[in-house]
Design a protein around this ligand. Structure first.
Ligand SMILES: [Zn+2]
Length: 270
């Protein structure tokens, strides 16, 4: 696996032999596919748990390990809380369902396809119409490094300023969103909402989406206080991002969520 930023070094010094999440390794493509699908389902259930649903809006994707031009995604008009292994769909770049019984949200999927197409290294992606992220996106400005949490996104997210208020825009905004993902893990699409992408796992993309929504909520709370926040210096914000904002750290943050959901909602794996 690629070195995608801070790994165990800061969280597991001198703790050999104790229980600590391990990144999975696979001896077959079938095993890797099964794991990716389980984690995609868990990510959808996590989105439900976080209240990130809005009708049928929102899609999460992960490339198939054997056929990376195909993506596993959640079915159209199925609540995130109802997504399970049995209703996932496999979709091609044009938004044609090649496996599964459900339809795809084609208008929304176009955005994901454009990002995956432009960036072969991006494995997973998340998008949803959330309360705080969408509200913050209306401001058309980046997240400032005013908390340790927000530092995870310092110089690691883009703001897509093109007006995106028209519903039909998802079809033609694909290129704009795709270009914004050059070297960053997140994007705030003005008047629309949040996107995250991962070169590592759906675990990481999902956690950073949850984190980004939370940072938008925190920033709006700060704005509402009427006080000026204390901005963290660029060099300190950059140092923090390198240590707490990596793909591995996003993956690690998702592990307690995954384990909790696997134990409390085992039917999601049916
Ligand atoms: Zn959307």
């Amino acid at each position: 696996m690629l070195d995608l930023g801070a790994r165990k070094s800061i969280y597991q010094p001198e703790q050999d032999g104790l229980i600590f999440p391990e990144e999975p390794a696979f001896d077959s493509v079938e095993a890797e596919r099964a794991d990716r699908k389980r984690r995609l389902v868990a990510a959808c259930r996590a989105f439900a748990q976080e209240g990130l649903d809005y009708g049928f809006a929102g899609h999460l994707t992960i490339r198939d390990p054997e056929r990376p031009e195909l993506y596993w995604t959640n079915p159209m008009a199925v609540h995130f809380a109802q997504v399970s292994l049995s209703n996932l769909i496999l979709v091609d770049h044009e938004g044609t369902v090649v496996e599964g019984r459900h339809a795809v949200n084609r208008a929304g999927f176009v955005l994901h396809a454009a990002v995956h197409d432009e960036h072969p290294d991006i494995l997973a992606m998340c998008h949803a119409h959330t309360v705080y992220g969408t509200a913050y996106a209306a401001l058309g400005r980046p997240l400032e490094p005013v908390t340790q949490d927000a530092c995870a996104f310092f110089e690691d997210h883009a703001v897509i300023l093109e007006e995106a208020g028209q519903v039909a825009v998802e079809n033609r905004a694909g290129g704009e969103v795709a270009r914004a993902f050059k070297g960053v893990k997140a994007a705030i699409h003005q008047n629309h909402g949040l996107f995250t992408a991962s070169r590592h796992s759906i675990d990481s993309a999902a956690f950073w989406f949850i984190a980004l929504e939370r940072c938008c909520r925190q920033q709006l709370a700060i704005d509402a206080s009427g006080h000026d926040p204390i901005r963290i210096a660029d060099d300190k914000a950059r140092y923090s991002r390198e240590h707490v904002g990596s793909e591995y750290i996003g993956w690690l943050h998702f592990q307690p969520i995954y384990q909790h959901l696997a134990q409390t909602q085992p039917e999601m794996f049916d």
